[in-house]
Write a protein that binds this ligand. Sequence first.
Ligand code: PEP
Ligand code: MN
Length: 270
Amino acid sequence: MKKDNLTNNRESKDIKLIEDGCITIIAGPCAIESLKQLDIIAKKVKECGLSFLRGGAYKPRTSPYSFQGLEHEGLEYLKEIGSKYNLRTVTEVTDAEKVDEIAKYTDVLQIGTRNMSNFALLKKVGKVAHEKNKKVILKRGWASTIKEWLLSAEYVTSRGGCEVVLCERGIRTFETYTRFTLDLSAVPVIKKLSKLPIIIDPSHATGQSDLVIPMCRAAIAVGADGLIVEIHHNPSEALCDGQQALDPKQTSEMLHQINKISKVFGKKIR
Ligand code: PEP
Ligand code: MN
């Protein structure tokens, strides 16, 4: 393809997910529930000085009886609210056939833990992310080794190249007190084996809001490049994952603590 064509395909608003000297904090609800819900939460994200809003439209739920997301309607709300607050948006892609559609509505394509080994999806995301200059978050499969995870990342990066960020979100162990077991050692291991940045998802790893802030602190201390955290204006009413969502007060407290820890390492939060 001629260079001109490539440039024309690229969107002008280029902002990297991860920047040197910074800790990227992505925050937002597990699922987009309504325009109003997303508006309230995005306003909080903006007031906190952050740049990335997360929100699931297509939700890969373990139970078929759980809320499955607003699907296309959710994508429209995400785009509208992202523009309203000038926030970059992150949403999950669950199906190769939906990647083109979803890429029209979001800046970052998230591949969830259940799809880390969905190679058709990885290839499609890599192609679309390259062509449309989208960023990619690749979560670790909850039963996948670090080597398998890195090979999955190569499925994405080998389709022309795009910014890929790994996300450790907990793996399954014999422990049942927490939802999963957060493998913090994955951070220094990834730093040793790969040039890819790595962020931590303490929300899905622990499944409990009171454990989220301590694991955020640990993530920054161990060298993670960022965090993706579920927040909600009213967790008890959330349609999805309310038990692990930070309320507005806890969100401010999390940022206050992470700001202090980041400074120790000469980094600023964004
Ligand atoms: C999510 O981030 O909404 C999600 C479903 O995460 P995971 O794929 O890690 O379970
Ligand atoms: Mn969730």
